[in-house]
Design a protein around this ligand. Sequence first.
Ligand SMILES: [Zn+2]
Ligand SMILES: [Zn+2]
Length: 428
Amino acid sequence: MPIKAPRGTYDILPPNSRNWQAMEQSLKEVAGLYGYQEIRTPIFEHTELFERGVGEGTDIVSKEMYTFFDKSGRSLTLRPEMTASCARALIEHSLHTGLLPVKWFYYGPMFRYDRPQSGRYRQFHQFGVEVFGSTSPMVDAEVLMMVVHMLQAIGLSEYRLHINSVGCPSCRESYRQALLAFIDPFSKELCPDCQQRVQQNPLRVLDCKEERCRQAIKGHPRLLDHLCSNCAEHYQRVCHTLLSHNICFEHDDQLVRGLDYYTNTAFEIHIPGIGAQSAVGGGGRYNGLVKAIEGPDLPGIGFALGMERLLLALEQQGTVNRGNGGVEVFVAVMEAQYEEEAVIILQQLRAAGISADKDYMDRKAKAQMKYADKSRAALVLFVGADEVKQGFVTVRNMIDKEQVAIPRVDLVPAITKLLHHNEEAQAQ
Ligand SMILES: [Zn+2]
Ligand SMILES: [Zn+2]
């Protein structure tokens, strides 16, 4: 049996890899516009980092981590997300004593041992940002405006931004009490998971996907009504800023994050029509996280977008740009003896920034033309006896089918001009 990629993983092949590159490029560009710089951290970290930084009660830590012992018996884990790694790097390099805020973006593979399903994989990719050092609601607003900017930049026009405030530990405690009192009379009707949640983390009952739980908790008390004055004002200023910039959002009472280090703004981006799990990304403020992993008391906020989910959404909205991925120029060799001349031409073109290729399968002249056509090169150059002896190159424009002879000495400027001309013609 030939070996296949492990379950829950997959290959990104050309030309699809062009869609990935385009999306990565757009996201990085937008992050740059907002003053974010890239951080790259190791793929694996000490297991303890995620236990503390993601939280031992979470599904990620209790069920989904790729944890292993290395040859020295250290417990290591493939990163299931990036926020904990970013916070670890911040502390390790004492960046909290430097210029604040620290504004980072990251991109790369994450690993979770989850049941593979549409758009969800065990090795998946996230693009995200983290800001450390500021509690200003203007940062929350900036992060939200940036995420909307990113969705627009990659061509996703249909999305829903859900936001809520989860308050601070003190206002959340009063809410927890109110919620427990509300749930108590019917807690036996909840699903087994929620029965557990009621004990450990009742806020998580709110985002249970089970229908019976959703029905049972209808009319539940709202976190919004329990916010302390600081948290209420923070949320108001975030919403106000979004409204004044015409950012559409929905307040969502059910959007909660159970862990104690999450504070204030929480948000999710949903795409209608990509299945039950419609979220393509989310994030929020986590003022207690850095301290939770034994760092300074430094506030933070961030979000992550799932690349696979974004691409799925783009495909469904029909806006994926499938680049042809081919080269601009194909050099066809009429007779094998002129192959070296063809290589010289190829290298000249490539040195001038023009993508170029030739045949490497010993195809006859006619088959080379077919290949050039299939690979969608814009220009085909012929190198044959007449050309080499008389010092010119025959160029066939594959778009208007015109054929011209170009003196060998003028090759690069003439090809550049032809490609430019084609681009303009196609743009019209
Ligand atoms: Zn509060
Ligand atoms: Zn439930």
